[in-house]
Design a binder for this molecule. Structure first.
Ligand SMILES: COc1nc(N)nc2c1ncn2[C@H]1C[C@H](O)[C@@H](COP(=O)(O)OP(=O)(O)OP(=O)(O)O)O1
Length: 204
């Protein structure tokens, strides 16, 4: 933890939203690998993809992947969104996330994007199965899932229990149009990743 109380690499112009694992040290890292993640919001619905293979398989997430050499994060985000869901969208930068996984010396640096319109039809691909989730009148139940209530009848609520454990701390801010930044360090237990230490903040 730096002198500002923020994890190394975080901007000081942030208001704390959530933290945990304060008794544990941040895992050191020597390299950073750049990724993207994109979320589409349409009226009171959020588009997520069920990851069918690879890292994060069997979890819901936004659409994204590695930033390829020569690409900007924004270009990579648009390409990955198209490749994984079949749609185009006017993506805007929403936040930055740093993730460490036990046993690796490199950190995921994820530029997160969002858009409130899109063109095309969300379509299942080899990697992702897109689906809409309700954002209406969210409330939290005992399973950490947010219940969609009224105006999107038939749509499920955001499936936080089937998403990465960090998402519940920053995704509501993305939905509200607020910028955010954060970090989480994960340990591996068998084939599961357990979030041990985290810090998330909103950009002031
Ligand atoms: C560890 O916590 C994470 N939380 C969330 N919400 N998202 C994460 C986390 N770790 C990684 N991600 C995201 C970042 C990317 O959007 C994907 C991973 O990208 P992927 O491995 O699928 O990259 P591709 O370039 O598409 O890979 P291949 O084409 O080689 O399969 O997960």
């Amino acid at each position: 933890m730096g002198a500002t109380g923020l994890p190394p690499g975080m901007d000081s112009n942030l208001t704390e939203l959530a933290k945990g694992g304060c008794e544990i040290d941040w895992q050191p890292y020597t390299q950073t690998r750049f990724y993207t993640n994109a979320f589409i919001i349409s009226d009171d619905k959020l588009l997520l993809g069920f990851k069918k293979r690879g890292f994060g398989a069997n979890l819901y997430n936004g659409f994204g992947g590695k930033v390829e050499p020569g690409e900007t994060p924004a270009q990579a985000a648009a390409r990955e969104l198209k490749e994984e869901s079949g749609i185009d969208a006017p993506l805007e930068h929403a936040g930055v996330l740093i993730f460490l996984t036990e046993g690796t010396e490199w950190a995921f640096h994820i530029d997160v994007f969002s858009a409130r319109s899109y063109t095309g039809e969300p379509t299942e691909t080899d990697e992702m199965r897109p689906g809409w989730f309700s954002l209406s009148e969210n409330s939290i139940n005992g399973n950490d899932d947010r219940l969609g209530v009224s105006s999107s009848p038939g749509l499920p609520s955001i499936p936080y229990s089937k998403m990465w454990a960090d998402d519940i701390y920053w995704l509501p801010h993305l939905v509200e149009g607020k910028k955010f930044m954060g970090r989480a360090d994960f340990a591996k237990e068998g084939d599961k990743f357990i979030m041990r230490k985290f810090w998330f903040g909103a950009v002031c």
